[in-house]
Design a protein around this ligand. Structure first.
Ligand SMILES: Cc1cc2nc3c(=O)[nH]c(=O)nc-3n(C[C@H](O)[C@H](O)[C@H](O)COP(=O)(O)OP(=O)(O)OC[C@H]3O[C@@H](n4cnc5c(N)ncnc54)[C@H](O)[C@@H]3O)c2cc1C
Length: 439
């Protein structure tokens, strides 16, 4: 079997790069090992840059129609659990500080998003999707794929490893990766929500936090932090005890969280962070979780995979259009994406540390930092820009001093505008090379 580009893994990252190739009329084959579409909790928070990509690939309207817009994530500290939730001070991280039109995030069920990407790609004749089909290795430069117990060889100009955390292609490429683990795990589950719960919430104490992210159809995705190694004892304690923990943190969940019927609905999530030293080797490129895994705290993993897929897909289209099929060009993908991913990994890791021992017991310090971050207009805008994926604006020493409360907050108004966002040349620099060469 022959194709121009073989994408291994039909997750959000693999489907994005494949859709971009299909739209350019380039032969692309996706092999996905899973049978059907089993329900697994994965990323559901779509950041603004990803919405911009969806607009460019023509699926923004159906995505918005299936999602719940998130304008704000409210941070509530419950160290004083005696106090009524309404009386507690709240800080708000607002996406609305970003320039329109991508000045909000979106919650959408992961499987729905994958279906929309796949449905769109299926419209193009150069797209081929094989499922279940499992990549098992390379032989004589061809990919060996198991389809219905049969081993099939697929020859391609380029191979994309989009198989998620346990990437086989990454092993074949023999790359180095730095890994960080954490002293906490998460429980994650979706259940019905009160209709008043319309925006994101992070409710914390000195020991844990509960993240609540509303989904459409009056559902809410929850993420609850537990100390590493306590999952089994929590199951032994029973569901009623877990329900009580949720209600103690956010009383309005009473009557809703109890609709979780069994532990089978609740997934254990083990955070890990890693980053490979290179995304590209010869004619193979890695994207998404194959190349980097991010702590789930910041809701970025799915976004990084889609954003990788967008840049790599755009580069492949340019390479085929300009008959520039040199492996050297592939490194431009890594040049654009690696520093951006690195920055998000750093931010997510810092956020994770604030909820890890020993820092998590310093609740008043954490509150001070979050208060400064959300109320200093420049810090707040920088933070939202950085997590949105629309741009990078690194913090200065003065920013850090303000954040820790050593220097007082700025009072003057500040507004982000389009100058702070990545431009087309930042995203797709090879177009600039072409213009330069033609000049
Ligand atoms: C419980 C949980 C919660 C999460 N929450 C969030 C969140 O709120 N926000 C966020 O942004 N991210 C979140 N993430 C992370 C996010 O889901 C991932 O970062 C994202 O799915 C990565 O996309 P991907 O396409 O790189 O990989 P994946 O989504 O993992 O897709 C890889 C695909 O490759 C297939 N595959 C693997 N090996 C082979 C093979 N040998 N042959 C063929 N196919 C293969 C797999 O079956 C899979 O379908 C969460 C992850 C988990 C596990």
């Amino acid at each position: 079997m022959k194709t121009n580009v073989l994408v291994i893994g039909g997750g959000v990252g693999g489907l994005t790069v494949a859709l971009k190739l299909a739209k350019c009329g380039i032969g692309v084959t996706v092999v996905e090992q899973m049978k059907g579409n089993p329900h697994l909790y994965k990323g559901e928070l779509v950041q603004p840059k990803t919405l911009q990509i969806f607009k460019n690939i023509g699926i923004l309207s159906p995505v918005l129609a299936e999602g719940q817009v998130i304008n704000n994530i409210e941070l509530i500290d419950r160290k004083n659990s005696e106090m009524d939730l309404e009386e507690l001070p709240k800080q708000s991280m607002s996406y609305n500080v970003l320039p329109e039109p991508f000045h909000h995030a979106l919650m959408i069920p992961h499987e729905t998003l994958k279906d929309l990407l796949l449905k769109e790609a299926m419209k193009y004749p150069s797209f081929q999707y094989i499922q279940p089909a499992r990549f098992i290795g390379f032989s004589n430069g061809q990919a060996k794929v198991k389809i219905n117990k049969e081993e099939v060889f697929i020859q391609a100009d380029y191979y994309v490893g989009a198989e998620g955390r346990r990437s086989k292609i990454r092993d074949v490429m023999n790359l180095r990766k730095k890994e960080k683990t954490y002293d906490h795990h998460f429980l994650t589950v979706t259940f019905p929500r009160p209709s008043s719960l319309m925006e994101g919430k992070l409710i914390s104490t000195d020991k844990t936090f509960l993240g609540l992210f509303p989904l459409p159809n009056n559902m809410v995705r929850s993420v609850y932090l537990i100390p590493k190694g306590t999952y089994k004892s929590m199951i032994a304690e029973g569901l009623t005890s877990l329900f009580q923990k949720y209600v103690d943190l956010y009383p309005s969940l009473d009557g809703y969280v109890q609709q979780i019927e069994s532990w089978k609905q609740i997934q254990l999530m083990i955070p890990v962070q890693f980053h490979v030293d290179h995304y590209v080797k010869n004619n193979i490129a890695l994207l998404g979780d194959s190349a980097h895994s991010v702590h789930p705290m910041a809701g970025e993993g799915m976004n990084l995979a889609i954003q990788d897929g967008d840049v790599l897909g755009e580069l492949f289209c340019w390479m085929y259009e300009h008959n520039a099929l040199s492996n050297d060009y592939l490194s431009l993908y890594e040049k654009v994406r690696k520093p951006r991913v690195q920055h998000i990994l750093k931010l997510s890791h810092l956020a994770a540390l604030a909820y890890s021992r020993p820092l998590r017991s310093l609740v008043s310090w954490r509150n001070k930092v979050m208060d400064q971050l959300t109320s200093d207009p420049v810090l707040h805008s920088k933070h939202m820009l950085n997590i949105s994926g629309l741009g990078i604006w690194k913090e200065t020493i003065i920013d850090r001093a303000i954040q820790t409360g050593m220097v007082s907050k700025r009072k003057e108004d500040f507004h982000l505008d389009k100058r702070h966002l990545f431009t087309e040349i930042d995203d797709y620099p090879w177009r600039y090379i072409e213009e330069g060469a033609n000049r």
